[in-house]
Design a protein around this ligand. Structure first.
Ligand code: HSE
Length: 299
């Protein structure tokens, strides 16, 4: 039996929603998986030159995890991956890999695991739930970790907004970008973020895009990550000057996500120019929201 799996890129946090919000974007990795003896991995596209091609490959580890969770023996699998999500840029490539493996393994087993069970497994493997929830469910997801597991709710996103992603040609490790964050924060900063993340969800729900400029502000992670991305404030300011409602670090960076009411072309150009001025190459483009999340189809 073979299965084809498609998983979207994701942008986590959306400014104030650290480890809680994720947005699925229409840029997909695809995997064809088949049971086998031992693990073999073919990779085309992003990361083909450096990702593991044995049992250490994250997609393969995801397949194995699904088998273990379902109480079935894992003997191996043959994977053919087409990667379009740039790796180590804050667009959820590792979340997509875990989810692809889990969804593929589950499909090969006849789907014994629910999507919520896959979410728990993926969130534990990834270390935070925001990217994997959006990758599994699609759309804008709100995730909440409890001792029992992750609860996630997917919300619709107004179609009038454009989501412009700037992908710099530099990479960054999420672990390093998380290690920079303090263990505790002033209560004022916690309140600042609680107010903004609530306003963000309310303004999307009520179709009040003007409120997004305030709602996308953050004090919990971006100020600390400026150390890794000192160019971020200037580039985000250029996006705002070109008409973006707001511009935030995508996940743990280095990509940026700008939110625009209407067409995002001018903002995309402004982002590229500002990044180049800071001495870094990169490309920006508007991506649609993926509302389907991870899909699987037996072949
Ligand atoms: N919430 C995570 C972080 C997302 O900001 O570290 C990583 O993609």
């Amino acid at each position: 039996m073979r299965v084809h799996v498609r998983v979207p890129a994701t942008s986590a946090n959306l400014g104030p929603g650290f480890d809680a919000l994720g947005l699925a974007l229409a840029l997909h990795n695809e995997v064809v998986a088949e049971e086998g003896q031992g693990v073999s991995v073919r990779i085309e596209g992003e990361g083909a030159d450096r990702l593991a091609r044995d049992g250490d490959n994250i997609v393969a580890r995801g397949v194995r995890l699904a088998y273990e969770a379902a109480g079935r023996a894992f003997k191996g699998c043959a994977l053919a991956c087409v990667n379009r999500i740039p790796a180590a840029r804050g667009l959820g490539s590792s979340a997509a890999a875990w989810v692809a493996g889990l969804v593929a393994g589950n499909a090969l087993l006849g789907a014994p695991l629910s999507r919520d069970a896959l979410l728990d497994l993926a969130a534990r493997a990834e270390g935070h739930p925001d990217n994997v929830a959006a990758a599994i469910f699609g759309g804008l997801t709100v995730s909440c970790t409890t001792p029992e597991g992750v609860t996630a709710v997917a919300l619709p996103v107004p179609e009038s907004l454009a989501w412009v992603v700037l992908v710099p040609e530099v990479t960054s490790a999420t672990a390093e970008a998380r290690a920079l964050l303090p263990r505790s924060v002033p209560r004022e900063d916690a309140v600042f973020n609680v107010q903004r993340v609530a306003l963000l969800l309310a303004s999307l729900q009520a179709a009040r895009p003007a409120a997004l400029t305030t709602a996308l502000e953050d004090r919990l992670h971006q100020p600390y990550r400026l150390k890794l991305f000192p160019w971020m404030s200037e580039v985000a300011a250029a996006a705002r000057a070109a008409g973006a409602l707001g511009c935030v670090l995508s996940g743990a960076g280095p990509s940026l996500l700008a939110v625009v009411a209407g067409d995002g072309a001018a903002v995309a150009r402004a982002l590229e120019v500002a990044l180049r001025k800071a001495g870094i190459q990169g490309t920006a483009r508007a991506l649609d929201v993926d509302s389907a999340g991870a899909t699987s189809q037996l072949l």
